[in-house]
Design a protein around this ligand. Structure first.
Ligand SMILES: *Cc1c(COP(=O)(O)O)cnc(C)c1O
Length: 230
């Protein structure tokens, strides 16, 4: 199947699952995860109306951003990979969103390095919801203290939370992790009622339907749009 066909199918699936969950279709945004995929694939999705793309690797992402910019194409770019502090500048300068924020040090650097002529960088706090030692993200207990630092930074805009729960086919475990994220998201919204905390980024190709039913506002879909990665 082509990227265009896959994209249409995913958009229909989002719509269907929103209906099942009694939610508006516009309540769930689609982030197309284009890591390792060529410019042509991104262009195909863009021409089909897809406007938000996610990249995991700084250098690869920046190369694609600049290549598309040369063609006059400027979608919304989300950084969704682990970020080392020596690579923050490229993210601050080129991306619109950073979804994997999990340290004050990275937040400070992004805040300092965000070019003044650009809108504040939208950020999500990454939560290690399944408590896996291999995963980045902070434990839920540290969410509010990190948020407290971020909201003082003028060049960052805190928009919500992101998580990558442990991979499992057990739907009860999927639901438990997503429900826990939805509760944390509510707590963050209650703590900052005047901030625009509107984004709960969870759900990938294999667990998108469950994530939407549990309250996700942004699903990050790679292989179901662009095919398996080698
Ligand atoms: C690769 C990746 C995705 C997309 O995964 P698929 O299973 O291909 O849909 C989503 N989120 C993050 C953080 C990723 O690294």
């Amino acid at each position: 199947m082509s990227v265009a066909e896959n994209l249409n199918r995913i958009n229909l699936l989002i719509e269907e699952n929103c209906r099942l969950a009694d939610r508006e279709k516009s309540a769930v945004k689609l982030l197309a995860v284009s890591k390792t995929k060529p410019i042509e694939a991104i262009l195909a999705a863009y021409q089909q109306g897809q406007t938000a793309f996610g990249e995991n690797y700084v250098q690869e992402g920046v190369e694609k951003i600049l290549a598309l910019q040369q063609l006059g194409i400027r979608p919304q770019w989300h950084f969704i990979g682990p970020l080392q502090s020596n690579k923050t500048r490229a993210v601050a300068e080129h991306f619109d969103w950073m979804q994997t924020l999990d340290r004050v040090k990275i937040a400070s650097r992004l805040n300092e390095q965000r070019p003044p002529h650009k809108a504040p960088l939208n950020v999500l706090i990454q939560i290690n919801i399944s408590d896996e030692s291999s995963k980045s993200g902070i434990p839920p207990s540290q969410m509010l203290s990190l948020a407290q630092h971020i909201v003082t930074m003028p060049n960052l805009c805190l928009r919500g939370l992101m998580a990558i729960p442990a991979a499992t086919r057990d739907q009860h475990m999927q639901i438990a992790a997503f429900d826990a994220m939805a509760k944390l998201f509510q707590r963050l919204q209650q703590a900052y009622p005047t901030q625009n905390i509107d984004t709960l980024s969870m759900g990938m190709s294999d667990d998108m339907a469950t994530a939407i039913r549990c309250g996700s506002t942004m699903v990050r879909i790679g292989s179901a749009i662009f095919g398996q990665r080698s």
